[in-house]
Design a protein around this ligand. Structure first.
Ligand SMILES: N[C@@H](CCC(=O)N[C@@H](CS)C(=O)NCC(=O)O)C(=O)O
Length: 234
């Protein structure tokens, strides 16, 4: 029997199945990367809702696992060497789960690094920039009279979409015919940009037909469809 009692997070979110990987999340563009990956790989897991309405992410129990108070986070009872492993940052989680299962990352070393490169491109570019655009277009920042901050993020988001559009010129997925963790990182953010953030018109999304095509292929995957709603908001 796996013993996770040394991890204070399990006091707030008890593990009913401590032998399974524990996921602490919410279905945001970063959160769904972990749930989609788990659904794609079929690894058994138990999910726990981190409710931002209650500021669960800043609770001492959550922060004992992730001092950066952000979802997603995982606790794998069967980590390297058979010991529990706690992990946060969605990019690190994707890479860890890809290595653990041998899935969704190419085996060829050069292609593997290229996949990691696109993963980092999402983590350092698409995520932070689209997130700022969401703030200035949909949330508190939309009332600012000075539109220069918003326009800065619109221009940068367009540029980033152009990079993805170019990459998809001769391929279905970011790494070619193979669906990888790079796609799992990038496409929830593009979906969010044109969906929840309502910024499709602002960034001229119709200028990126290949991105739009791959986004539709992404959403049509059964594991993606499931992962996008995990955990359910109750
Ligand atoms: N770089 C982090 C970003 C995670 C992140 O920003 N998570 C947001 C939800 S999408 C969050 O937990 N926000 C809660 C807060 O800031 O209090 C990752 O990719 O895991």
């Amino acid at each position: 029997m796996s013993d996770l009692s040394a991890f204070p997070i399990t006091r707030k979110w008890p593990a009913r199945h401590p032998e399974r990987l524990q996921l602490y999340s919410l279905p945001t563009p970063n959160g769904v990367k972990a749930s989609i990956m788990l659904e794609e790989t079929g690894l058994p897991y138990e999910v726990h809702l981190v409710d931002f309405g209650n500021n669960d992410q800043t609770s001492p129990e959550f922060m004992s696992l992730n001092p950066n108070n952000k979802i997603p986070a995982i606790l794998d009872p069967d980590g390297p060497g058979g010991k529990p492993l706690a992990l946060w940052e969605s990019g690190a989680i994707l890479l860890y789960l890809a290595d653990k299962t041998g899935r969704l990352i190419p085996k060829d070393p050069a292609a593997r690094y290229e996949t990691i490169q696109w993963l980092m491109f999402q983590m350092g570019g698409i995520g932070p920039m689209f997130g700022q655009l969401g703030f200035f277009n949909k949330f508190a920042g939309k009332d600012y009279e000075d539109k220069r901050p918003r326009d800065r993020y619109v221009a940068e988001s367009k540029r980033l979409l152009g990079v993805v559009e170019g990459r998809l010129a001769d391929r279905d997925w970011i790494m070619g015919s193979e669906f990888t963790i790079a796609d799992i990182a990038v496409f929830p953010w593009i979906r969010n940009l044109v969906g929840f953030y309502e910024a499709g018109e602002l960034v001229g999304f119709e200028d990126f037909p290949r991105v739009a095509r791959t986004l539709e292929m992404f959403k049509a995957r059964p594991a993606v469809e499931r992962g996008l709603n995990i955990p359910s908001r109750g």
